[in-house]
Design a protein around this ligand. Sequence first.
Ligand SMILES: Cc1cc2nc3c(=O)[nH]c(=O)nc-3n(C[C@H](O)[C@H](O)[C@H](O)COP(=O)(O)OP(=O)(O)OC[C@H]3O[C@@H](n4cnc5c(N)ncnc54)[C@H](O)[C@@H]3O)c2cc1C
Length: 282
Amino acid sequence: MIAANFDYESPRTLNEALNLLSSREDAKILAGGHSLLPAMKLRLAQPALLVDLGRISGLSYIRESGDKIVIGAMTTHAEVNASQLLRQASPLLALTATQIGDTQVRNRGTLGGSLAQAHPAADYPAPVLALDAEIVAQSRSGERIIPATEFFLGMFSTALRNDEILTEVRVPKTASEKVTYKKFHHPASGYAVVGVAVRLKMSASRIDSAAVAITGVSDIAYRATAVENALRGNTAAAFADAANQAANGKELIGDVYASATYRRHLVTVIARRALEEAASLR
Ligand SMILES: Cc1cc2nc3c(=O)[nH]c(=O)nc-3n(C[C@H](O)[C@H](O)[C@H](O)COP(=O)(O)OP(=O)(O)OC[C@H]3O[C@@H](n4cnc5c(N)ncnc54)[C@H](O)[C@@H]3O)c2cc1C
């Protein structure tokens, strides 16, 4: 299908973009376009104005800032995947990016666009939750920092206001931890039927703390607190029992790809495998 008519602006500065965004109620940000343009072609989205972030310099970067790594919103999945800094200091996002879609999607899609889209089967929501990332939102009235745990409100719904642009994601350094992202992907799109991000702090074989976040199975990605609690103070012997609690208290999605019953089983399997994989890392 062909998208409905829309105006298009490609500002050169963030301030200009913020002014344009506030100038019309039905304006929308365009980042990589890999979610927004298909939605427009299907007329599921009909913005009257697209504000393209592509020509604003300074929104695409990965750098160290104190005890964090900070990543610009327009950084593509391919750049996240290829970052040596991330791979050494905080590898979970890079390990996730390599599993997103295909080469074309990774070359165009952006970290900020993916988080703002809040697709229930998107990959990044799991690692940003497991990392307790901070999401930076900018509006004409200033900057605010949204904890990842408060960012995802529902399917395709986030804490971002209409006049805000997601500008940066801040993640902690995790070099002393064991992290991984394991996914059962849809064979056509690559989206997660189940995706599990794991972060373990271990002393020898003892688990001091665990962060486990899950995407793909529910309306929004979530921290699997029952799994985390079952792991704390335990060893790898607790993995299977803990993983069995991965969907505790959650209403699971059932769709043409996978029934809710199948997802409920699959998430326990992928969670156990993710825990085993993380623990086996040196
Ligand atoms: C064939 C295909 C396969 C895919 N497979 C996967 C997959 O396996 N895993 C996965 O996670 N994703 C997958 N995706 C989605 C892909 O990762 C997209 O890149 C992502 O969902 C959106 O990023 P984008 O930069 O393209 O954003 P856009 O499509 O440009 O924007 C998406 C939404 O976010 C808003 N937005 C964008 N940037 C900002 C910002 N900085 N601040 C505020 N709002 C903003 C837009 O207004 C829009 O509403 C796939 C997409 C396709 C087409």
